[in-house]
Design a protein around this ligand. Structure first.
Ligand code: FMN
Length: 336
């Protein structure tokens, strides 16, 4: 079993789980409504060594729900990919894991981090951080359902600052056979306020022998280096920071190797926007939902460009896919 990073190890390095190799210890976080297939492919090309699906209901998969199955659509080009499940029903989580494994899944992740009410009401997501004793049979049943693949658990620090359970939940997960955990350095009560707590992530790293990925607020290459140094984590997981800047993964590699951070040229950004728009239009067939989703990425790509705020206002007022695409083309072309 991998040890969490001793000081002597290089900050960036490959990792191996049950014979499955990650090229480096930089991974993309699961994000509902964001980490769909087109975006995951972009993140993989940009240097994320592992990408996660949006979170998927275990019950939804087991019941054959088309929306749930659509969320786990994948393409061989994006491998390795982790499928993230949420729920609290042990049988459903185990059965969903088995069904995904039967269809070729190699990495499965359990969501213990989601703070939204819909999850909490059902005792799933970060509600499970209050119940380490409930996590044990879930991880154990999922482990049995993926005997040769890689099982991971993604968590927050705990329910609130009075109930920091991540070290215990990580230990339970390790004992029941999880291969790695990732920790977002906030509690459920914090949602996204304040800052990810590096010191508390370090406590999780020190609580287990399996690798820990540290997560939260990495929006620049230097933040990843600081996170690795501060926490001693085996790797970092990046979410929002990759959305408008998928280049962050290669920027971290360059910085860690002592080279200047490469910034995408305006032409490179324009080319990526074109490719992303085209792949979204090809992948999603309904223009209304395509335009709704596309706007999130276009807004993120516009960060830092003069006139970005007006551009965002304009596209956010439109629901016309063709107009938004043309307008984005004009905006990013004039920035190039
Ligand atoms: C829009 C959005 C959707 C998210 N969806 C999920 C999810 O489906 N599963 C999950 O475990 N975490 C989810 N998260 C949390 C992220 O994976 C990550 O833990 C969090 O954003 C902190 O990392 P960051 O600061 O790098 O974004 C989501 C976050 C955002 C912003």
């Amino acid at each position: 079993m991998e040890q969490s990073t001793p000081k002597s190890q290089p900050l960036l390095r490959p990792l191996e789980f049950r014979g499955h190799r990650l090229e480096r210890n930089l991974i993309l976080a699961p994000m509902a409504g964001v980490t769909n297939l087109p975006f995951r492919l972009i993140a993989r090309e940009a240097g994320a060594a592992l990408v996660f699906t949006e979170t998927v209901s275990a019950k939804g998969l087991v019941n054959g729900g088309p929306k749930s199955w659509r969320l786990v659509d994948s393409s061989p080009q994006e491998a390795p990919i982790a499928y993230q499940l949420f729920g609290r029903d042990i049988d459903a989580l185990a059965e969903a894991t088995k069904q995904l494994v039967d269809r070729g899944a190699v990495f499965i992740d359990l969501n213990l981090g989601c703070p939204v009410k819909k999850f909490i009401r059902n005792g799933a997501g970060s509600a499970l951080m209050k119940e380490p004793e409930q996590v044990a049979p879930i991880v154990s049943a999922m482990r049995r359902a993926i005997p040769n693949g890689v099982l991971s658990v993604k968590m927050r620090l705990g329910w609130n600052l009075e109930q920091i359970t991540a070290p215990e939940v990580a230990r339970v997960s390790e004992a029941e056979g999880a291969d790695f955990v990732s920790v977002h350095g906030r509690t459920r009560s914090q949602f996204y306020s304040g800052h990810a707590d590096h010191k508390r992530i370090r406590e999780v790293v020190e609580a287990v022998r399996i690798p820990v990925f540290a997560n939260g607020d990495i929006t620049e290459a230097q933040h990843a280096i600081d996170m690795l140094n501060d926490t001693g984590a085996a790797g970092v997981m990046i979410g929002r920071g990759a959305m408008g800047n998928p280049w962050i993964f290669s920027q971290i590699v360059e910085l860690a190797e002592g080279r200047p951070i490469p910034r995408p040229s305006p032409d490179e950004r324009l080319a990526l926007v074109h490719r992303h728009v085209d792949s979204m239009i090809r992948y999603f067939d309904d223009p209304r939902s395509t335009v709704h989703m596309l706007k999130k990425y276009l807004c993120a790509y516009s960060t830092g460009i003069p006139g970005a705020s007006d551009f965002r206002d304009r596209i956010n007022r439109s629901t016309d896919l063709e107009w938004v695409v043309d307008h984005a083309d004009e905006f990013f072309r004039s920035a190039a």
